[in-house]
Design a protein around this ligand. Structure first.
Ligand SMILES: Nc1nc2c(ncn2[C@@H]2O[C@H](COP(=O)(O)OP(=O)(O)OP(=O)(O)O)[C@@H](O)[C@H]2O)c(=O)[nH]1
Ligand SMILES: [Mg+2]
Length: 470
């Protein structure tokens, strides 16, 4: 996209179904937006300079001899518009013929079809918003649950940008004092010695490191996978049904009922989740038929893909080696994938053979979280839901900032690496001018988060994930 911006347009609402939709909105932005709109508006006269900004007017839209629609026109005068330029929205009837004819009229009047995300890109290029805020708009549009929506709105308001600016200001402060030192070694008034610099860098790391670890939650907020696993007949399918409050999976008293993965959607604290009920796991020996063996392989595959694994245990029968093996192997996998494991002691309505708080000891594992439920009697299910929410930190403190973008995570990780290196080098007596050069590198890396120093192809990549008309 050319940064000397021309005038472009796009349908800002989805293409309507064959039966049409109530309205469709076509947005036009750029230096000629008002002139082009005026040329298409038959009556009343469209004169944004002499009417209050953002006033909705009903007008007849005509291109040459052809009447296109009787529609609402909403002008936004730049620079106080979404893109920072003059913008006109045509709120037209949502029929495909109406949409196509206004698009042809706009093309014929000299506007160009906008690319995906172009309006937000214009807002960024015109300095209305920084790049983090621009990306938050794509996240908001793509949010599938209220948690992701809330976080996108916070970042749109500048929560993460403010934090990055704060960190960069602290860096500039250290740099100014380091540079005084080596530019004017005789004037030691405002200078900093290496141990002070090390301490100040430590404070910056204390801000950036928790931000980095919040990325795990940020990823989960977009939606997570929850696998339910365990030995046959422990009540996995019953648990799925209890969580869903519907009779989704077949439950039967014969072991080996579930043979394939059964998936269902559910939301936890505003976060969409995919629940996966799996085939009961038993040792893959010659006794198993081909179908059950394949089912078990699929169960393990779900454990590998899950963000959270619920291991269902049956407290009404003694713990056996097979149970210990399933728990051990799950923990081994979760250690590699970084998933969370929760033990679910089921069938609490039956006389227990063992106390639930002994479970980790009996399983010969370190203490890990557990809940006690009866899937059949529907007890403990609310507690289980709450436990899932707290383990995955779904209900974050409104003050916390959560990283949601891989781009942000990798730039911050890069800055953290540089800062750690500078801190260690200064501690080991390395010269301050070398440290200053490195710190400027960290500053540039953080600047990229806000969009500084990025090329056209970087921006192309970032905005390509936006939808047309945004
Ligand atoms: N008493 C009691 N019985 C339960 C409970 N949960 C499940 N059951 C029973 O245990 C049996 C097996 O339940 P399922 O939900 O099919 O167990 P599963 O783990 O999915 O079994 P597979 O699919 O064969 O691996 C059924 O007879 C259920 O009614 C519970 O909380 N209490
Ligand atoms: Mg089952």
């Amino acid at each position: 996209m050319d940064s000397t911006l021309d005038t472009s347009f796009a349908l800002a609402t989805p293409l309507p179904p064959p039966s049409g939709s109530g309205i469709a909105i076509v947005r036009v932005s750029g230096p000629d937006a008002f002139r082009i709109a005026a040329s298409l508006i038959d009556e009343p006269e469209f004169d944004p300079d002499n009417m209050p900004d953002r006033t909705f007017v009903l007008a007849t839209i005509r291109h040459g001899e052809i009447e296109i629609d009787r529609a609402g026109i909403l002008p936004f005068k730049g620079p106080k518009s979404y893109t920072g330029e003059d913008v006109v929205e045509f709120h037209i009837h949502g029929g495909i013929a109406v949409i196509r004819s206004i698009e042809s009229a706009l093309l014929a009047s000299g506007a160009r079809q906008a690319e995906p995300g172009e309006f937000t890109r214009r807002a960024f290029l015109n300095g209305r918003i920084d790049l983090i805020q621009a990306e938050s708009i794509a996240s908001l549009v793509g949010a599938k649950g209220i948690a992701a929506q809330r976080e996108a709105l916070r970042q749109r308001a500048g929560s993460l940008s403010d934090k990055i600016n704060f960190v960069r200001n602290s860096l500039h402060d250290i740099l100014a004092r380091l540079e005084v030192d080596f530019d004017y070694p005789e004037e030691r008034i405002d200078s900093i010695d290496s141990s002070d610099a090390v301490r100040e860098i430590g404070k910056i790391l204390d801000i950036l490191k928790p931000l980095l670890s919040s990325f795990r939650t940020g990823n989960i907020l977009k939606g997570f996978r929850l696998a339910i696993i365990g030995l046959p007949n422990v009540g996995k399918s019953s648990l799925l049904n209890a969580l869903l409050m519907e009779d989704r999976a077949i439950v039967a008293s014969v072991p080996g009922t579930t043979r394939d993965v059964v998936s269902a959607s559910l939301s936890f604290a505003g976060v969409p989740a995919e629940l996966l009920d799996t085939a009961g796991i038993r040792a893959l020996t010659g006794k198993l038929d081909e179908v059950e063996a394949e089912g078990i392989r699929r169960s393990w595959r779900e454990v590998e893909r899950a963000h959270l694994v619920l291991i269902v245990l049956e407290t009404s029968v003694p713990i056996d080696n097979e149970t210990i093996d399933v728990v051990g192997r799950t923990l081994e996998i979760s250690g590699k994938t970084g998933s969370t494991v929760l033990l679910v002691c089921n069938k609490s309505d039956l006389a227990p053979m063992w106390e639930s708080d002994e479970v980790c000891g009996l399983l010969k594992i370190e203490k890990i979280p557990y809940v006690v439920v009866s899937a059949k009697e529907n007890t403990g299910i609310e507690n289980l839901r709450e436990k899932v929410g707290s383990l995955l930190e779904l209900e974050s403190d409104p003050q916390d900032i959560i990283l949601t973008e891989t781009r942000h995570q990798s730039l911050i990780a890069e800055a953290v690496e540089i800062l750690k290196r500078v801190r260690d080098d200064l501690t080991n007596g390395s010269p301050q001018d070398v440290a200053a050069t490195e710190l400027w590198g960290a500053d540039r890396t953080l600047g990229k988060l806000l969009g500084e120093g990025l090329g056209v192809s970087d921006l192309d990549e970032i905005f390509s994930r936006f939808c047309i008309g945004k």
